[in-house]
Structure formats: C-alpha cells, structure tokens
Design a protein around this ligand. Structure first.
Ligand code: DON
Length: 329
C-alpha cells in the first residue's frame, strides 16, 4: 500500500512539473505588464522578462521551472525574517508592544498613519515603518552586531551564510530619503531603538541580502510546517511565532493588494520590490494538490506592479492556486 501511494505521488510530481513548465512558458510569453523598481537605481536594469519558481514539499520533493536559479535581493521579504528574528531575541509581547498587527491599505512606504493614529505605533512589521522598528529591536548594539545576529538566523533557516549585494545596498543608501524620514519620525515617537543611521543600515542591508527561489521556498516550507525544519529535523522557530508570521503574511504581506491576494490566491505570501515572492501552502487534504503535506514556494520575476508586487509572480501563483486548489480557504 505504502509503495502504491509513493508511486502515485511521484507520478503526481512529474505531472505537476510538466504543468508548471507550461504555465511558466505561457506567462513569460504573454505577460508584459509591470516594470522593474526604478526608485532603487540598481534594480532598474534587471531583466524584466525573467520568471522562475521553486516549490519544496515536506517530503523533500523539489520542483523548479524557468529562471529559478537567478540570484536576487530579498528586499521586503527580509521583513518576514527580521520579524521572526526579533521575536526570537525579544519575545512576542515585547515586539508587539512596539509594532501592531493591523493591515493598512496604504502603500508599503507610506508615512501617513504614523501621524494620523497617535501615539504613532507602526501598523505592522511588513510595511517599511514597522520593519524599521523591528530592525531596531534585533539583538546587538551596533548595525554590525544586529546584522550578524540576523545572518545567524538566516543560516539557521537556509543552511547558508548570507551575502549582501553591496551595489544594491549603496544604491538604496544614497536614495532612501523616505525611509530616513520614516526612521526619524519613529525615533521622535520612541518607536525606534538606537541611532537612526545605524538602524537604516541594518534595514537596507537586510533588504540587499542575495537569495535564490530555493532559499525562500525553504523558509516558506519551514513556516508551512509551523517552524519545524524538515532538513535539519528540529524546531527552529517556535510554533507561536510561525503562526503569527503566517497571519501577518496573509493580511499584510502583499501590501495594499493583500486583500485581493487572499481572495484570489489564498496563501500566505510576502513580496519584495526586486520581484521575489515567498509563499507557502499548509498541509491539506485537497485532492488536486501535488503537495498534500504542505510546501514552500519561491518565485522571482522582476517586473512589479503599482503595489510593489511581481506581476508575473502573482499571475503564476494565481494559476497554480486555482489549478491545484491550494487556497487555504
Ligand atoms: O525600503 C524599500 O523601499 C525597499 N528596500 C524594500 C521595499 C519593498 O521590497 C517593498 N515591496 N514590495
């Protein structure tokens, strides 16, 4: 019986791989909307035709397609990791005293709610204001120490030592006027610990960490399994932190398109302006799913929409969620 189930699963995975190739090719050919993030000069010249995806199942099955080997920077996907890292070093109550868990419906870099809602607590850790607060909470006094702590957390998840793309960092460091304004505002209202320039360095360097679709798919998979690492066979994120993170990804991870994404895709996800999306499917019993025990998904396609989400990436996620009935609802 076990053998029969295993044979059926491997057949399912072969079919899933073929389907995925077809969808990736179709979307690459027909989708020409969106453009690369030009407000960060180093991201402007990325090849907007690229589309790559990696899915990793709880049983270790890896399915990849398209430009899945491309290296890109985490950008806002890093907000998920820094939030987890802050919860690990400070505990959930301490973190949530300083950043809320409410969606905004505003752009990711908006400043408006900080002033409109006293005392100016950032609405959630997935927007820039909340992420700056979170970066300031990371263990360590200096930017170097905080980044070293964050690197340790990333290594614990991916098994790799992270690398910073210095060109992307420098490019954003020179042009990050709005993030500076947000950080100074947060400093004034006591929602930023330490020095503004140090925190900004941590935040922009975490955004500039290089990854592949496989790295973020693995992190997605660990979250899908409530913090259990299926390769290292241990609980690397407390279950409570993993659940909170997934709720934040679902409600705030795609910014002011999070509602639409929940409605029409229905999976926790986090995007970044470089065109990456980290998503996941919890274990489920739906028949069409090639990953009934759950999976992590990493996507890369650099042309983004007005919300900062990858256009081809969202189209592909919508397609696989529909065809394989992956929505959590
Ligand atoms: O702070 C910024 O503007 C970028 N480093 C990150 C923004 C981002 O990725 C928003 N994503 N969709």
């Amino acid at each position: 019986m076990k053998r029969e189930i295993e044979q059926e699963m491997s057949y399912l995975h072969v079919t899933a791989k073929e389907q995925l190739h077809e969808w990736v090719e179709q979307i690459k050919e027909f989708s020409s909307e969106g453009k690369t993030a030009d407000y960060i000069p180093a991201l402007k010249d990325m090849d907007s035709s690229q589309l790559g995806i990696c899915l990793i199942g709880a049983d270790g099955t890896v399915i990849q397609s398209g430009d899945y080997e491309s290296v890109f920077t985490l950008q806002s996907i890093s907000k998920v990791i820094s939030f987890i890292a802050a919860c690990l070093c400070c505990g959930i109550p301490y973190v949530l005293e300083r950043v809320d868990v409410e969606p905004t419906g505003d752009a990711f870099n908006s400043i408006i709610r900080l002033e409109m809602h006293k005392p100016g607590k950032p609405f959630n850790p997935m927007i820039n204001a909340g992420a700056l607060t979170v970066s300031s909470l990371l263990s360590g006094e200096t930017a170097k120490e905080k980044l070293s702590y964050l690197f340790d957390v990333i290594t614990m998840l991916t098994g790799k030592t992270p690398l910073i793309n210095e060109t992307v960092f420098e490019s954003e460091w020179q042009t990050s006027h709005r993030n500076r304004a947000l950080a100074y505002y947060l400093k004034e209202t006591n929602y930023l610990q330490g020095e503004v320039e140090e925190v900004l360095e941590v935040y922009l360097k975490q955004c500039s960490i290089e990854v592949t679709t496989e790295d973020i798919a693995l992190i997605g998979l660990i979250l899908s399994l409530d913090g259990y690492h299926p390769v290292f066979h241990k609980q690397v994120i407390p279950k409570e932190v993993a659940k909170l993170t997934k709720a934040l990804m679902l409600t705030c991870g795609m910014y002011n398109a999070s509602g639409k994404f929940a409605a029409f895709v229905g999976m926790p996800a986090k995007s970044g302006v470089s065109g990456g999306i980290m998503s996941l499917v919890p274990p489920n019993t739906k028949k069409q799913s090639p990953f009934p025990d759950g999976c992590g998904i990493g996507i890369y396609s650099p042309a983004i929409d007005e919300y900062g989400n990858s256009v081809k990436g969202v189209t592909l996620l919508k397609k696989i969620a529909k065809e394989w009935d992956l929505s959590i609802f």
